[in-house]
Design a protein around this ligand. Structure first.
Ligand code: PBG
Length: 370
C-alpha cells in the first residue's frame, strides 16, 4: 500500500502527536560534564576557543559540581592542569596531583555525583604526548630543535605565531611542521604510569576510570592495577575508539596539552578506519573494559552505530571541544540557532546509539530539558 493511503505526515500534525511517536528522548541522566581543574583559588578563567568553558581552581570546581548535580547531571569527568610538567607525568599519578585534590574535595562537598577520571599523561608531560617519549639517541632533543627552528623561520618570514597556552612556539610548529618520525612513544613503559595514575585516582575517590591515552594493553594493565590495590569494584570506561582528530584543537588549549612536536597518529586511530575501531573495542572488552567510548561523536556517528549493534555494553560518545566550538562560534555569529542546533546534535548522537554523552553542552542542555 502506498500513497494516498500512506501519509506519514499524519503523525507530524501537532506537537502532541510528534512527541507521542518520538523514538529518541534526551535526558540529562545520560550527560557527563567535563571540567578542567587548575591550581590556585577563586580562579575561573575562560578558555579562549571554548566560550562558556573555564579552567577552574578546586574551590570553583566544587561550586560548579554543586550546580551540575542540581541540574540533574549525574557525572563529571576531570582533567587537570598541573603546577609543573615533566617527562614522567608526575602530576598525573602524584597522590596530591591537581585532579586527585579536586576529586577529594568534590567527593566531600558534593556526595552522590559520579566522578570520572580521565587517565592520560599528555596534560602532565613536558612534551605533551600521551606516553613516555624515547629520548635515546637524542631524537627527542632533535625533534624539539627542529620544531623551534621551524618557528624561528616562520617569525623571520613575518608570520604571526599564535600562542596556545604556554606552548606558543612548539605547539604552532607541531601544527604545521612535518611530523618527525624520529621519536618513539614507548608503549609498555607508559602502561606503568597509566596504572599508577588510575590507582591514585581511585584512591582519591573517582567512581569510574576512563583511560584516553590509546596505548595498547592499557585496559588490562589498569584493571590489574586497580584489582591489586583493592579497587575491583571500580569500573573502567575505555576511550576504546579514539581517533586522531583535528576536532580536539580547543581542548588542547583548555588543558594545555598540545604535543610539542609530531602528532598523536602513532597511537590514536586513523579517522578513515571503521573496522579497526571495532577491533580496538573488541580488544578493550577482552582486557576488561566495562563500558566503551567513541570519540569524537558527530563526525563518527557510523562508528557509534556499528559499536551499538555489535557490543552489548554501555556505550558512551564524547562530543569533543571542536564540535562544541563550531556550534558556539556559528551561534555567536548569528549564523545558526544555538539551542536548536545544540539539542539536535545531542539527539543525533543518542539516536546513533550512545546512551552516555560527554559534552560541554551538558549544563545548558539540562537547563532546556528541565
Ligand atoms: C587526553 C584527551 C584529549 C581529549 C580528551 N582526553 C585530547 C587529546 O587526545 O589530544 C579531547 C577532548 C576534547 O577535545 O574535548 N588525551
Amino acid at each position: 500500500m502506498a500513497f494516498p493511503t500512506d501519509r506519514p505526515r499524519r503523525l507530524r500534525r501537532s506537537e502532541s502527536l510528534r512527541s507521542f511517536v518520538r523514538e529518541t528522548r534526551l535526558s540529562p541522566e545520560g550527560f557527563v560534564y567535563p571540567l578542567f581543574v587548575c591550581p590556585g583559588e577563586g580562579i575561573r578563567k575562560e578558555v579562549r576557543s571554548m566560550p562558556g568553558v573555564f579552567n577552574l581552581s578546586v574551590d570553583e570546581a566544587v561550586k560548579e559540581c554543586g550546580e551540575v548535580k542540581a541540574l540533574g547531571i549525574p557525572s563529571v569527568i576531570l582533567f587537570g592542569l598541573p603546577e609543573e610538567k615533566d617527562e614522567m607525568a608526575t602530576g598525573a599519578w602524584d597522590p596530591n596531583g591537581i585532579v586527585q585534590r579536586a576529586a577529594r574535595a568534590i567527593k566531600r562537598e558534593v556526595p552522590g555525583l559520579l566522578l570520572m577520571g580521565d587517565v592520560c599523561l599528555c596534560e602532565y608531560m613536558s612534551h605533551g604526548h600521551c606516553g613516555i617519549v624515547d629520548t635515546t639517541g637524542g631524537s627527542y632533543t632533535k625533534a624539539r630543535q627542529e620544531a623551534d627552528a621551524f618557528v624561528r623561520e616562520l617569525e623571520l618570514q613575518g608570520k604571526r605565531v599564535i600562542k596556545v597556552g604556554s606552548q606558543s612556539a612548539v605547539a604552532t610548529a607541531a601544527a604545521v611542521a612535518p611530523a618527525s618520525e624520529e621519536y618513539e612513544i614507548m608503549n609498555d613503559a607508559t602502561l606503568e604510569l597509566l596504572t599508577k595514575t588510575a590507582v591514585a585516582q581511585a584512591e582519591a575517590g573517582m567512581d569510574i576510570i576512563a583511560p584516553s591515552d590509546m596505548m595498547d594493553g592499557r585496559v588490562q594493565a589498569i584493571r590489574n592495577g586497580l584489582d591489586a590495590a583493592g579497587f575491583e569494584n571500580i569500573p573502567v570506561l575505555s576511550y576504546a575508539a579514539k581517533f586522531a582528530s583535528g576536532f580536539y584543537g580547543p581542548f588542547r588549549e583548555a588543558a594545555d596539552s598540545a604535543p610539542h612536536f609530531g602528532d598523536r597518529r602513532s597511537y590514536q586511530m586513523d579517522p578513515a578506519n571503521l573496522r579497526e575501531a571495532m577491533r580496538e573495542i573488541e580488544l578493550d572488552l577482552e582486557e576488561g573494559a566495562d563500558m566503551i567510548m567513541v570519540k569524537p561523536a558527530m563526525p563518527y556517528l557510523d562508528v557509534i552505530r556499528e559499536a551499538r549493534s555489535r557490543y552489548d555494553v554501555p556505550l558512551a560518545a564524547y562530543q569533543v571541544s571542536g564540535e562544541y566550538a563550531m556550534i558556539k562560534a556559528a551561534a555567536l555569529n548569528g549564523w545558526i540557532a544555538y539551542d536548536r542546533v545544540m539539542m539536535e546534535s545531542l539527539l543525533c548522537i543518542q539516536r546513533a546509539g550512545a546512551s552516555i554523552m560527554l559534552t560541554y553542552f551538558a549544563k545548558e542542555a539540562a537547563r532546556l530539558l528541565g
